[in-house]
Design a binder for this molecule. Sequence first.
Ligand code: G3P
Ligand code: MG
Length: 221
Amino acid sequence: MLLIAHRGASGYAPENTLAAFRLALEMGAKAVELDVHQARDGELVVIHDEDLRRTGRRKGRIRDLSWAELSSVDVGGDRIPLLEEVMDLIQGRAELHLELKRGSRYYQGIEARILALLMRREALDTTLISSFDHQALFVVRELEPKARLAYLRGFTRLGVALKEAAELGAESINLSLRQAKPAVIRECRKRGFKTLVYTVNKPRDFERMARLGVDGVFTNL
Ligand code: G3P
Ligand code: MG
């Protein structure tokens, strides 16, 4: 079962920061997850929320702020990194689970920007692009047949999720811990999808997921 460092080693360092990704690599993570948004000037930034409320520092949506403005925001004693900076750090040493928070209906051109960066860094093979925004995954697929995709199920009915994931040629269906029931895992596997489950931090949940035979878990530990 693959352990994926959720937002980096976010149990030990501020989530989605270079410190969290560095630590995840030092701890031997074979895979890391991060969340991507787009700044006003088109820069791709790594942060979970689409606004700055949780930083407690200042108000504002990521899409309305420039990278210069975002780069000075304090996130737990660190700063928000660019996707490019995280990729420079990882350098293909771990599989990258890149969660695209919203597609181009909200962040114009974000799918193409992400793909251009992955191509420039020769990281298409080592990156899985995931999203709850399934339309964004369809845009990615249309732009790049070789992109590796993971379908985050969210509130979508299982039947619809399986159908869309097949249309997309996704390699995995990503489920919440609550959704990870034996029948669901069985059905995903029967259709040829891997299953990745978030967020698994308790020993008894690790054991349960291992028994179910899921392919990987996102963890903060
Ligand atoms: O990609 C798995 C997980 O990160 C999805 O939820 O809210 O932690 O980004 P969230
Ligand atoms: Mg995420």
